[in-house]
Design a protein around this ligand. Structure first.
Ligand SMILES: [Mn+2]
Length: 362
């Protein structure tokens, strides 16, 4: 039996320039990418994994230094009992000046550096690992599998590759049927940051730590083993924090405190996670959302609010402005029915939406 951890898309060194973070949050996040990756290397070591597969985008070549790379080297050297196999991706592709080439790696580390698919053999584990590292920033056509023969006689055959399952991509198109037809025991995929398992023999591990609000929900790695009964894999959540996006419906009857409580009581780990909360509906026009946000910020590690609310209708002003029209008549009629009745009030607002804005929310 062999046991493995499959990760990728760690993006060490990322600056978070495009994220809505303030500077301090971005700096903290950079540190956390490192600490979670270190935690995973230690996990692999402590759990006696035979392999740690890294399916590309280990680091951001734009921001990575030789010092950073030495730090990675030392981490790997401390996990000598784990075979660490790297296929580079589009963010850490390998050309002549690649930092991957500037380091003397310990004997447990193997980095694919050839022109096409290559293999590395582990006779004592009866395993062969195939891999391919990117050598440029975009790859529009994939001819990797056209002529390559996967002819090893090892019992366990694995492929580690960074690419995009799907058509019309600049990031190494991969065809799922072609991959399945390779008849390998496991294919460790990188590039798509959302974890996804295809059958029992292929998976995107997803990003190790989520990088922005495009990466909502659980993030972690794939753990698996291969024995006489075949391949077993599972996704294990491992990230320190999650990005969460929620929407809250409010209405014109809610006070400052009501809205504050709704936000404060939202599901999720407020001390750890990144929250983006969208407010929808009508809001009393004298509620100061700015100060509400300032207040609620103290309850969260990170929160941003997207305000999609409309100010409550000022019925008096509307009646005055539309005295002799159907709008004035409509308001009057609904008032007579009694606006204390929530159904009547709802009907009034729906009607006003239709009459004033020409729209009806479904
Ligand atoms: Mn990536």
């Amino acid at each position: 039996m062999i046991k493995f951890v499959h990760t990728g898309d760690i993006h060490l060194g990322l600056q978070f320039n495009k994220v809505s973070f303030d500077r301090d949050t971005a700096i903290t996040r950079r540190v956390e990418l490192w600490s979670t990756f270190q935690r995973l290397v230690e996990y692999s070591k402590e759990n006696h994994m035979d392999f740690l597969f890294i399916a590309g985008d280990l680091f951001e070549s734009r921001y990575f230094t030789l010092g950073d790379m030495k730090r990675v080297r030392d981490m790997f050297q401390d996990a000598m009992n784990v075979n660490i196999i790297i296929s580079a991706g589009n963010h850490d592709f390998i050309n002549e000046t690649s930092l991957y080439k500037k380091i003397e790696w310990s004997s447990n580390v193997f980095i694919f550096k050839g022109n096409g698919i290559e293999s590395v053999d582990f006779p004592e584990l009866d395993t062969v690992v195939y891999g391919y590292s990117w050598d440029r920033i975009e790859i529009r056509e994939n001819h990797l599998f056209d002529n390559y023969v996967f002819n090893s006689h090892r019992t366990n055959k694995i492929l580690v590759i960074h690419g995009d399952i799907g058509s019309n991509t600049n990031y190494l198109p991969l065809n799922i049927n072609v991959l399945n037809n390779l008849k390998l025991d496991y294919i460790a995929l990188g590039h798509i940051h959302k974890p996804e398992i295809f059958g029992s023999k292929m998976a995107y591990c997803g990003s190790l730590e989520p990088l922005d609000f495009g990466e909502i929900g659980e993030r972690g790695f794939i753990q698996g083993y291969i024995d006489n009964n075949g391949t077993k894999i599972e996704f294990l959540p491992f990230s320190k924090r999650k990005f969460l996006s929620k929407s809250i419906s409010i209405n014109e009857n809610m006070s400052f405190q009501n809205i504050y409580d709704l936000i404060k009581d939202i599901d999720g780990n407020k001390e750890l996670d990144y929250f983006r909360i969208e407010l929808n509906g009508y809001i009393q026009h004298d509620i100061d959302l700015e100060s509400l946000l300032t207040t609620v910020k103290t309850d969260f590690y990170y929160i941003e609010i997207i305000d999609n609310t409309s100010p409550d209708y000022d019925l008096k002003a509307l009646e005055n402005d539309h005295k002799d029209s159907i709008i004035g008549e409509f308001i009057n009629e609904m008032k007579n029915k009694g606006l204390d009745n929530p159904t009547v009030k709802k009907a009034l607002y729906y009607g006003l939406d239709a009459l004033l804005k020409g729209r009806v929310d479904s």
